[in-house]
Design a protein around this ligand. Structure first.
Ligand code: COA
Length: 308
C-alpha cells in the first residue's frame, strides 16, 4: 500500500517582519535580502507556539481529510523548536485534538523533516501497522535565531503545515530517498540553549549539489523522466537554491513552486505549508505527479516522488 496525502492544512501567525523591519536592528537592506535570498517577509509567532500552530494546522488538515481525531493511528511531528523537551509536541497535539487512539512521537531532521516524516509514515503503512497518519511540521524559529547575525536571521520564519496520510492502492508515494552526512554537521548547528550558527556558503554549496542529485535518484527509482513530474516542491530556503536546482536539472523553473518570499525558511514546516497552499489554490488535481525535496541540518537531505 502507498501512503497518500488525503488532507492538508496550515497555520501562519499574522505578525511579520519585512526586510525593512530587519534593517532597523541589523546592518542589511531590502535590496540585498531580495537579491540574495528572494525573501520579502517572514511571519513571527507572538502569542503562538510550536504546539499551538501544530494544533491549528492539524485541525485544518483533519477537516480537509474528513476525518475525526479518533480516526488517527499515528501522529508524527517534525520540529527542531519544540515548546518543551518533554512531553513531545506530538503528545501535546494528541491531547488537544483528543486523538486517543494515536501513537505519538516527534522527528528531528531539521529542514528535511517533512520528507523524513513522510518516509516514516510510508514505512508504517507498507507494514500494515497504521492507517491514518497525521504528519505535521511546526517551527518557531524566531526563538532560536541569532537576531544579531545578519548572515542568518534574515532567512528564517515561523509557521506550521500538516497533512493526513492514508493507505491507497493507486495513488500516493512512488519513491523515497534519504541521506545524511554527520561529518559536515557543523555547517548548520544550534545547541539546546543557544542560537542557530551557520556557514551560509557551505550550506549553499551543499544544497545546490545534493538536491538535484537526490531528485534524479527518486525520479530514477520510479521511472519518471524530469518532464513526467508536474511540480517540484522544494524546501523553501533561498530562491537561488531553487533556481540552481532547476538549472542543473534542466527543468523549467515554472515547475518549481515558491512561497519563500512571504514566509522565509520555516524548516520542517515549509513543504507541508506549501502543499497546503497549492491545494487551497486548486493546483493539486488528482493524479498530479509531484517531487518534494528537503535539505538542511545534520546534514540531511532527501526527496519523495508522489502522485496526488
Ligand atoms: N545584508 C547585507 N549584507 C550581508 C548580509 C545581509 N543580511 N549578510 C551577509 N552580508 C554580506 C557579507 O558580510 C559579505 O560582505 P563582504 O563581501 O564585505 O564580506 C557579502 O554580503 C557576501 O556574503 P556571502 O556570505 O558571500 O553572501 P551569500 O551570497 O552567500 O548569501 C546567504 C548569504 C546566507 C543568503 C547564502 O549563503 C545562503 O542562503 N546560504 C544557504 C543558507 C541556508 O539556506 N540555510 C538553511 C538551509 S536549510
Amino acid at each position: 500500500m502507498r501512503g497518500r496525502i488525503c488532507g492538508t492544512g496550515s497555520y501562519i501567525p499574522e505578525h511579520y517582519y519585512d526586510n525593512n523591519d530587519l534593517a532597523k536592528f541589523v546592518e542589511t537592506n531590502d535590496e540585498w535580502i531580495r537579491e540574495r535570498t528572494g525573501i520579502v517577509r517572514r511571519h513571527i509567532a507572538e502569542e503562538d507556539t510550536t504546539v499551538s500552530m501544530a494544533i491549528k494546522a492539524a485541525k485544518n488538515a483533519l477537516t480537509d481529510a474528513k476525518l475525526n481525531a479518533d480516526d488517527l493511528d499515528l501522529i508524527l511531528v517534525s520540529t527542531i523548536t519544540p515548546n518543551t523537551v518533554i512531553p513531545s509536541t506530538a503528545c501535546e497535539v494528541q491531547k488537544e485534538l483528543g486523538a486517543v487512539n494515536a501513537t505519538c512521537f516527534d522527528i528531528s531532521a531539521a529542514c528535511s523533516g517533512f520528507v523524513y516524516a513522510y518516509n516514516t509514515a510510508q514505512a508504517y503503512i507498507a507494514a500494515g501497522m497504521y492507517q491514518n497518519i497525521l504528519v505535521i511540521g511546526s517551527e518557531t524559529l524566531s526563538g532560536i535565531v541569532n537576531w544579531k547575525d545578519r548572515g542568518s536571521c534574515i532567512l528564517f520564519g515561523d509557521g506550521a503545515g500538516a497533512v493526513v496520510i492514508a493507505p491507497d492502492d493507486k495513488y500516493g508515494i512512488e519513491a523515497l530517498s534519504l541521506h545524511n552526512d554527520g561529518n559536515a554537521g557543523d555547517a548548520l548547528s544550534c545547541s539546546t540553549s543557544g542560537h542557530i550558527a551557520m556557514n551560509g556558503q557551505e550550506v549553499f554549496r551543499f544544497a545546490v549539489r545534493r538536491v538535484p542529485e537526490v531528485i534524479e535518484e527518486v525520479l530514477g527509482k520510479c521511472g519518471w523522466s524530469k518532464e513526467d513530474a508536474d511540480l517540484y516542491v522544494l524546501h523553501q530556503a533561498n530562491i537561488r537554491i531553487i533556481q540552481s536546482a532547476a538549472r542543473r536539472l534542466d527543468i523549467d523553473i515554472d515547475r518549481f513552486a515558491v512561497n519563500l518570499d512571504e514566509y522565509g525558511n520555516t524548516s520542517a514546516a515549509s513543504i507541508p505549508l506549501l502543499l497546503a497552499q497549492l491545494d487551497d489554490e486548486g493546483r493539486l488535481e488528482q493524479g498530479k505527479r509531484i517531487v518534494c525535496s528537503g535539505f538542511g541540518a545534520g546534514l540531511s537531505w532527501g526527496a519523495a516522488a508522489l502522485t496526488w
